[in-house]
Design a protein around this ligand. Structure first.
Ligand SMILES: *Cc1c(COP(=O)(O)O)cnc(C)c1O
Length: 218
């Protein structure tokens, strides 16, 4: 049951860890079941699926876009999205700035990092991210608010390896926090941990976990 799963996940989280209930591929009724238990933050990874849910479901839901976002889709979600978690290029950030300005909004984003070893994982390498921050164009974007980092660990049973990746993310967060966001209270999010590794992630410093199948699959 979604209700029981959700409450078990919640009970296992430390104070201050934000739970994003990842409802992608699950029907509107599944979101409603979690909503009835008080869950308000949901994650989706496809624009059209999100649009249907946004239109149908209560407007106090905070939607996080957690998947790879194509620049040509930004305009569709800009009017209502709460956070775009997987920002992996300056180009995408510029498009979010442009569309957010049109809607007269400031959109919260996370910088997506590539720390896993698989080729398939998206995100910026640490050096790409450093170069992007150093270059500085982001400082002129008044409709984008960088709130932290997001990453996915390698898809493996090797806990030591996953742990290393989470700790590397933590180190990188501390590095850029000190260098660019030391006085910025909004820069506070470390988004890592999914169904199979969120407990380890929170032990390694995550304060924002994205949990899907553990809640929504029977
Ligand atoms: C699907 C997805 C999740 C949730 O994965 P589960 O294993 O179902 O918990 C988290 N983050 C991202 C980026 C995803 O695409």
């Amino acid at each position: 049951m979604i209700k029981d799963n959700l409450n078990e996940v919640r009970a296992s989280l430390k104070d201050g860890v934000c739970l994003v209930a990842v409802s992608k591929y699950h029907p509107v009724e599944a979101v409603e079941a979690a909503y009835a238990e008080g869950q308000r933050i949901f994650g989706e990874s496809r624009e059209q699926e999100l649009r249907v849910k946004y239109d149908t479901l209560p407007k106090d839901i905070q939607w996080h876009f957690i998947g790879h976002l194509q620049t040509n889709k930004v305009k569709y979600i800009a009017p209502y999205i709460t956070m775009i978690e997987a920002v992996d290029s300056l180009k995408l950030m510029k498009e979010i700035e442009k569309q957010a300005e049109k809607c007269n909004r400031v959109i919260d984003i996370l910088l997506e990092l590539h720390l896993a070893q698989e080729e398939t994982k998206s995100g910026m390498t640490l050096d790409e991210c450093r170069a992007m921050l150093k270059e500085g164009e982001w400082k002129n974007m008044s409709h984008v608010r960088i709130c932290g980092i997001m990453m996915m660990a390698s898809n493996t049973d090797d806990e030591e390896k996953i742990k290393k990746e989470f700790l590397a993310a933590n180190d990188f967060y501390n590095e850029i926090k000190a260098q660019y966001f030391a006085n910025d209270k909004a820069f506070a999010v470390k988004s890592y941990g999914m169904s199979h590794d969120y407990l380890l992630a929170q032990e390694c410093g995550s304060n924002h976990v994205r949990v899907g199948s553990r809640i929504f699959s029977e």
